[in-house]
Design a protein around this ligand. Sequence first.
Ligand SMILES: Nc1nc2c(c(=O)[nH]1)N[C@H]1C(S)=C(S)[C@@H](COP(=O)(O)O)O[C@H]1N2
Ligand SMILES: [Mo]
Length: 227
Amino acid sequence: MARIEQRRRFIQRALAGTAVAALGGYYFLSDDLTRAARAESRKDGRPRLPPGQRVLSKLRPMGGEPSDTPPSRYRVKIYGEVEAPFELTLAELAELSTEHSVDVHCVTGWSVLGARVKGVPLAKLAERAKPRTKARHVIFEAAHGYTSNVPIAEALRPNVLLAQRLEGQALPRAHGGPLRAVVPDLYFWKSAKWLEGVRFVEHDEPGYWETRGYHNHADPWREERYG
Ligand SMILES: Nc1nc2c(c(=O)[nH]1)N[C@H]1C(S)=C(S)[C@@H](COP(=O)(O)O)O[C@H]1N2
Ligand SMILES: [Mo]
């Protein structure tokens, strides 16, 4: 009940903001939600909304080249500088998955707050793979060669997920289904869609956007937008 009321208030507020028409429907950049979020702070003391961001009503598909692999043949590899590399099917991942509420921040200036995502914390998979002490970075590897790089300490935070569900439904293909990375505390380009591998490496490997002028680290609270 509280949820429905919350949702209604949300929609009323969103309507007071700016409507953005895009692929798959309407998205609202809400001034009220933006103001409210600016007044909130996180458990770690940072403001809920990073500087220069506005709240968008829901995730907006930002493009990319989807995977062609049928879900029945889909595997994700956890490998590289680890003692015990392994692969998991989507069903095996689903068994390990739990619900999380996440905020994500796109470098183009929108943030989505409190998205309901179901996935497996990468940290949980790393416990099984056992990264070697020389592993310093994690490379998220997606279909068609898209990659992103994250320092290992940040990749193993409990809110970094391999996600298969969004808002109670299978992750839509446009959002990276059947499987994507979700790295909430870095700009959203780090969250590789159509994820096929997580490779632990000793030496950093700047990825798709990091080699095209975007910041190598991408902390939204420091506005690490461009390199
Ligand atoms: N494989 C892959 N992952 C990707 C991208 C991409 O082009 N290919 N784009 C990134 C960018 S720039 C953003 S902002 C987010 C967008 O996710 P969304 O489409 O679900 O909103 O996905 C990221 N992950
Ligand atoms: Mo992006």
